[in-house]
Design a protein. Structure first.
Length: 181
């Protein structure tokens, strides 16, 4: 099932900062690296962007009036593991981040609600995610938005970094889910 990623929306923070939520474009890829902090994910971001062009992944960014990307969210629509994402009723949220200096302004909650509404409008019923066990703040945010813990995940995965080296990650996580409609 392929989906177009055309939806955009604006959000006004309590302090009057306008945040524009829009689909990721090719010229944004370097900005996702946050001045080098996430450079090691360069190849991974490029792969997911290519997947988004095929309609298999959805990616949105949140940017300021000055065009600085302050947040991002990726949605996997179909996975080899159907309990994660099945392309019809269940999608998987990942790589959801807001820059630290932009947190606690409502941007993350607004972006999450936006994504949930977009998926529900496309017929998805469930949204799954994993949240690192060492990130209780994020877990509380998801719980506040209606997500429930459904289990534990060892968090073993790997990727090719920006230098072409395979990196193995162990990030124990809570599996969470929310019914969208």
């Amino acid at each position: 099932m392929n989906f177009s990623l055309g939806a955009e929306v604006d959000y006004l923070t309590a302090d009057g900062e306008q945040i524009h939520i829009r689909p990721l474009v090719d010229s944004d890829l370097e900005a996702l690296e946050w001045e080098g902090e996430f450079k090691h994910f360069h190849n991974l971001y490029a792969q997911h962007y290519a997947s988004s062009l095929q309609g298999a992944t959805l990616i949105w960014v949140a940017e300021t009036r000055e065009k600085k990307i302050v947040g991002q969210v990726f949605i996997l629509l179909n996975s080899k593991q159907s309990d994660v994402a099945d392309g019809k009723s269940r999608a998987y949220l990942f790589s959801f981040r807001i820059r630290p200096q932009w947190r606690n302004l409502g941007i993350g909650g607004y972006l999450l609600n936006f994504v949930e509404n977009e998926l529900a409008s496309k017929g998805f019923i469930w949204l799954r995610l994993n949240v690192a066990k060492d990130n209780p703040h994020a877990r509380r945010m998801y719980e506040k938005h209606g997500y429930k813990v459904i289990g534990s995940d060892p968090g073993d995965w790997s990727y090719q970094d920006d230098k072409g080296v395979i990196q193995h990650v162990k990030e124990p996580a809570w599996k969470m889910i929310k019914r969208l409609r």
